[in-house]
Design a protein around this ligand. Structure first.
Ligand code: AMP
Length: 316
């Protein structure tokens, strides 16, 4: 799509189509062919305000694009939860640290557009980085404390500030009633839930299950970086999660013992470079010594140049 036009008029639904009497029919799943693409922030805001004014419930799925089944699962749930389903695609520069993969992050707008259409997206927001962060931009939103300083926050100190800033901006532009996020990014979901609650944002945050490839690897846009041998190595992530859950379910409640097994499996056996493997309370993300129903194991490793994260419950 050539940007700069703000909205793609040819694909715009007529106002009558959105009339209240048609809302029920709109929730019936079918391949939607009409999808608006908007890149201009003001046009997007006006479009969303009009939708809200006409009584439509907006569900929103923010992404960085290069869509896969994980993203689509959020969109399908969003389709059920709202009258107007909005997808944003924006590779957010402020959540990438120096030396990270911002420049080579996978992008394929045409493929994403087709997938979004098939999934029943009504409105695709596709802004330019220069519009989201114009010259002189100086305002950031950050969540303080252990939620953002442990795990990913310890490895990527500016990451969550970038995430919470862009999500707040997207919320202000899209004005959704409900926003859906994957538990694949467990800490991100916790941080966004905290921010939404702390700032009294009138938005329901919905966490969605991790979608995996058939062999267990959690879907991620970054999986495309993996060569065949790295792809095989990466299977150790889900294997490790499965083994740790087995240990916990067989009665092992000592976090240290479970972590020792996990580290051995990831590093010694699969030759992965570990950033962290931790067992934490699912709410506070503080580390725990003794496993209970609220415990979650989170891990981040590097496979060659690719960094992968995954997580799982220990006792279901
Ligand atoms: P991203 O494009 O990587 O920023 O992801 C956009 C949204 O999709 C986030 O809420 C992610 O947590 C979610 N997501 C990414 N991968 C998966 C997956 N494998 N399963 C479920 N949700 C996912």
């Amino acid at each position: 799509m050539a940007r700069g036009t703000g909205t793609s008029k040819a694909k715009t639904n007529t106002k009558g189509f959105w009339g209240k009497s048609e809302v029920f029919a709109f929730r019936v799943p079918r391949p939607y062919k009409n999808m608006e693409i908007i890149s201009d922030i003001k046009a997007m805001q006006n479009r969303c305000l009009a939708a809200r004014d006409s009584g439509q419930k907006i569900s929103f799925v923010p992404t960085m694009g290069f869509l896969h089944e994980g993203h689509l699962s959020l969109l399908r749930e969003g389709r059920k939860r709202g009258d107007l389903l909005i997808l944003s695609i924006f590779v957010n520069p402020t959540q990438f640290g120096q030396g990270e993969d911002l420049d080579c992050y996978p992008r394929d707008f045409e493929r994403d557009e087709a997938m979004a259409r098939e999934c029943g997206v009504d409105l695709l927001f596709y802004p330019e980085a220069e519009a989201i962060y114009p010259p002189g931009y100086a305002t950031y939103v950050s969540v303080d404390g252990p939620l953002t300083t442990t795990l990913e926050g310890a490895c990527r100190p500016t990451h969550f500030r970038g995430v919470t800033t862009v999500v707040t901006k997207l919320f202000n532009i899209v004005m959704p009633h409900v926003a859906l996020f994957g538990r694949k990014d467990f800490q991100q979901l916790a941080v966004i839930s905290r921010m939404t609650s702390d700032l009294n944002l009138p938005i329901d945050i919905v966490g969605m299950p991790i979608i995996r490839e058939e062999d267990g690897l959690a879907m991620s846009s970054r999986n495309v970086y993996l060569c065949n041998s790295e792809r095989k190595q990466a299977l150790a992530l889900n294997d490790t999660l499965r083994q740790t859950a087995e240990m916990a379910q067989n009665g092992e409640s000592n976090a240290e013992k479970i972590l020792t097994m996990a580290q051995g499996r990831l590093h010694a056996e699969a030759d992965l470079e570990i950033d962290y493997v931790k067992i934490c309370n699912a709410q506070s993300l503080e580390e725990v010594n003794t496993i209970d129903h609220e415990s979650v194991i989170l891990l981040a490793v590097s496979v060659g140049k690719t960094r992968l994260i995954d997580n799982g419950n220990l006792i279901s």
